[in-house]
Design a protein around this ligand. Structure first.
Ligand SMILES: CC(=O)N[C@H]1[C@@H](OP(=O)(O)OP(=O)(O)OC[C@H]2O[C@@H](n3ccc(=O)[nH]c3=O)[C@H](O)[C@@H]2O)O[C@H](CO)[C@@H](O)[C@@H]1O
Ligand SMILES: C=C(OP(=O)(O)O)C(=O)O
Length: 436
């Protein structure tokens, strides 16, 4: 029986929430351990389905992976597999991160094409072109990428689009290539810096961290290292928006405020008060009249596409007109129809959603089409009247550790239930009594 989240209308959220390590940092860090034979340790690793999926991929390749508390131990001493099959890759697109390291260390890799996702095509042509630039022979057949190389050869490669994933894969391949690689228009997301730190700790020679030109002097061997994953800026952003949407006061702890500048600027523009300390951010939206603010997503440090659906939930709930434009994923609007089921007024034209906000949302059964769409529905559900029931919540398990517990510390009583729900009205009475 499928599980759902039941989100009752919440009071203003109040309190502190500890932010976990970033899933989008941990996945490349895990793939990087394939570059050496040894025992690597990654700290600050969240308990998430995506981390479990990447662990499954590494185990399939021959690694031993243990996740205890928030530390991952990955033993690659007997890891010689080079095939990542479709049944694993289809669970998570980031499985393609094993392409670069397998090719670099073993000279061959066979990785299933990840395919599309909930909001449309997400090609991997740049990953493939990058490997070819490093002299790999790549063939696509039967839905798989088959790549061969003797030793990869360093080269210049320019990303035609800023791509986080392709930058990750090219870094993972080029560190063991023969000679110098120069990557131009490389992504500069903080998760890339985290990977560069790990690779350099393993003995790689990467220069230009934090810039869009990365120079890699290939080495012949890498050793295992220990690394801390950076805090999850998207999880932190989601809880900050939760503070704004419920007109509460929320502090996210164990974060790096510098990673959230675009969101902080936009939240400030709505009329909330934001206070940043070394490793925490407090949003105070209590008794403040907020206005919706238009945003446009872009590569870091611009507004993150992974916070676009949550931002839309905020705009939907504030009186006034705003626009949300996604320049990274022009089709990332699966949440729009579901937000409209809660009473939102949104029209999508091209890569822009025009929103006429209203504080009068009403709870309804809705579906999480993807991870951040699910997060947006939770946020909208907090201020919609009565109950919002969110199905397909497995998407949220990919990226939000202890979601119920964290919202509970802020005063929201979200419940996870196995029970199918016929109508909102049918469950309203018993659930209200459960939630006191
Ligand atoms: C696991 C992980 O870290 N996922 C993040 C990563 O995804 P991911 O790495 O898949 O996203 P990219 O940065 O690669 O995508 C950026 C743009 O480049 C395009 N593109 C990408 C690769 C390619 O070979 N060809 C191509 O055309 C994409 O369609 C998109 O329009 O960055 C995205 C953009 O910040 C985030 O939404 C995802 O949460
Ligand atoms: C889109 C996301 O992840 P992925 O690239 O793994 O689908 C995300 O984290 O919001």
């Amino acid at each position: 029986m499928k599980e759902i989240y039941q989100v009752p209308t919440s009071q203003s959220l109040q309190g502190d929430v500890i932010i976990s390590g970033a899933k989008n940092a941990v996945l490349p860090l895990m793939a990087a351990t394939l570059l050496c034979r040894g025992i690597s340790i990654i700290n600050n690793v969240p308990q998430l389905d995506d981390v479990n999926t990447m662990a499954e991929v590494l185990r399939y390749l021959g690694a031993k992976v243990e996740h205890q508390n928030s530390s991952l131990t990955i033993d690659t001493r007997e890891c010689d597999g080079y095939q990542a099959p479709y049944h694993l890759v289809t669970k998570m697109r980031a499985s393609i991160y094993v392409l670069g390291p397998l090719l670099a260390r073993l000279g061959q890799a066979s990785v299933a094409l990840p395919g599309g996702c909930a909001w449309g095509p997400r090609p991997v042509d740049l990953h493939i072109a990058g490997m070819q630039a490093l002299s790999a022979k790549v063939e696509l057949s039967h839905g798989n990428i088959h790549a061969h190389a003797g030793r990869l050869q360093g080269a210049d490669f320019t990303f035609s689009i800023s791509s986080v994933g392709a930058t990750v894969n090219l870094l993972l391949a080029s560190v063991l290539a023969d000679g110098t690689t120069r990557l131009f228009n490389a992504a500069i997301e903080p998760e890339i810096d985290n990977l560069v730190d790990q690779l350099n700790a393993m003995g790689a020679q990467i220069f230009g961290k934090g810039t869009s030109t990365l120079v890699i002097e290939g080495v012949t061997e890498l050793k295992a290292a220990t690394i801390d994953a950076i805090p999850d800026r998207i999880e932190a952003g989601t809880y900050l928006i939760a503070g704004a949407i419920t007109q509460g006061k929320v502090t996210v702890k164990q974060v790096q405020p510098a990673h959230l500048t675009a969101l902080i600027d936009s939240l400030t523009a709505t009329g909330t008060l934001i206070c940043c300390e070394d490793d925490s951010i407090t949003i105070d939206a209590q008794q403040r009249a907020l206005q919706p603010i238009s945003i446009k997503t872009g590569p870091y440090p611009l507004f993150a596409t992974d916070l676009q659906p949550q931002w839309m939930a905020l705009c939907v709930s504030l009186t006034g007109v705003s626009q949300v434009t996604d320049t990274i994923y022009p089709d990332r609007f699966q949440h729009v129809a579901e937000l409209c089921r809660l009473g939102a007024n949104i029209r999508v034209k091209g890569n822009t959603a025009c929103i006429i906000g209203t504080p009068n949302l009403s709870g309804a059964p809705v579906k999480a089409s993807d991870l951040r769409a699910g997060a947006a529905l939770i946020l909208a559900g907090l201020i919609a009247s009565d109950y919002t029931e969110i199905s397909d919540i497995h998407h949220l398990d990919r990226g939000y550790q202890n979601l119920i517990g964290k919202f509970a510390t802020l005063g929201a009583t979200i419940k996870r239930s196995h029970h199918p729900v016929a109508t909102n009205q049918a469950i309203a009475a018993p659930l209200l009594s459960l939630c006191g």
